[in-house]
Design a protein around this ligand. Structure first.
Ligand SMILES: C[S@@+](CC[C@H](N)C(=O)[O-])C[C@H]1O[C@@H](n2cnc3c(N)ncnc32)[C@H](O)[C@@H]1O
Length: 308
């Protein structure tokens, strides 16, 4: 996740953290004192969405992915970009088998997932190979999450490799970080008309956001895009169009975003300067009231009178 690193949704004190804390309070508030904490399915489901910081996604996106998986119950799924396994755990829980791709080897407890085949290395090399194998076997990939290489070239390549494969015939593809300009540029460059099996493309299926955090101030991240391939149905209404019904919000905001970012930046600078002035005033007050300052008062007065 370029630009938005782990701090983005792991450590960042954004809505994720605040909601998580408030949910924990509610989840622990319903048993008599001293009894073990009751874990209703209500609290378990919400904890799964709000309390697991291994996801590198917002709670709304987690909920959307869990909802899609619950409806689809894929036989075969692919995930590109595993990281700490937040999304992979949920995909594996609902799918018979998952092929997971990441440059980095999975954490030991993640590697124990019995129905996941891990492919460690560059997805641009490994994915076409695996898709080739699956096509040879005549199997269909039911679900894909694309959340690996976030460069324009990289995300385009992963997506086009998927779309070009006969194994992606009746497939629901989710693409993360569609609000990010690099990811968006890569996806916008895909000519959907080349794949008549595409029946639905919506890059703002779940819109992203523009960060107010210091480390990512003004950057657009998150957002879930959706592509549906259905080789049996054929295109529903001509070749699928990317974001045909709506203007992408983060692109629209362009100029006003830049101005806002500057205002936010100025406000923070001003706040820092005010704090510094307060600190210096306190220091000065302490100095002036100190014994040594009072003792050296006559010396300073003499110096002033002699003009030196
Ligand atoms: C945003 S994280 C994935 C987060 C995960 N889907 C989740 O929400 O829990 C992106 C991951 O993609 C991996 N990645 C980046 N470029 C890649 C590439 N070319 N091939 C394979 N993995 C890649 C990174 O190592 C990183 O772990």
């Amino acid at each position: 996740m370029h630009g938005h690193d782990n701090a983005a949704w792991l450590g960042r004190g954004g809505p994720d953290q605040a909601q998580s804390a408030s949910f924990r309070r509610r989840a622990t508030a319903n048993g008599p004192p001293g009894s073990p904490e009751p874990r209703s399915s209500f609290s378990l489901v919400l904890a799964d969405i709000f309390d697991d910081n291994r996801w590198l996604m917002r709670p709304s996106e987690r909920a959307a992915i869990k909802g899609i998986l619950a409806e689809l119950v894929p036989e075969l799924a692919i995930e590109i970009g595993t990281a700490a396994g937040g999304s992979l755990r949920r995909i594996a829980a609902q799918s018979q088998h998952v092929h997971a791709f990441d440059m980095v080897a999975p954490a030991p407890e993640l590697a124990l997932l019995p129905n996941v085949t891990f492919h460690i290395g560059d997805s641009h090399e490994l994915l076409p190979r695996v898709l080739g194998e699956l096509s040879k076997q005549g199997v269909n990939v039911d679900f894909v999450l694309v959340d690996g290489d976030h460069s324009a070239k990289g995300v385009r390549r992963d997506t086009e490799d998927l779309l070009s494969s006969p194994a992606v015939a009746r497939t629901l593809i989710l693409l993360h970080d569609t609000a990010n300009p690099d990811v968006r540029a890569g996806l916008n460059a895909i000519n959907c008309a080349e794949w008549p099996k595409l029946t639905w493309v919506d890059l703002d299926w779940l819109p992203g956001y523009v960060s107010r955090e210091d480390s990512t101030l003004g950057q657009a991240w998150a957002g879930l895009g959706l592509m549906v391939a259905d080789a049996k149905a054929g295109p529903l209404a001509g070749p699928a169009q990317i974001a045909a019904y709506a203007y992408p919000i983060t692109e629209l905001l362009g100029g006003s975003l830049a101005a806002r970012r500057e205002r936010d930046h100025d406000r923070r600078e001003l706040q820092m300067l005010r704090t510094r002035v307060e600190e210096l005033e306190q220091l000065q007050a302490r100095m002036v009231s100190s014994k040594s300052w009072r003792l050296t008062g006559p010396l300073r007065a003499l110096k002033g009178a002699s003009g030196k």
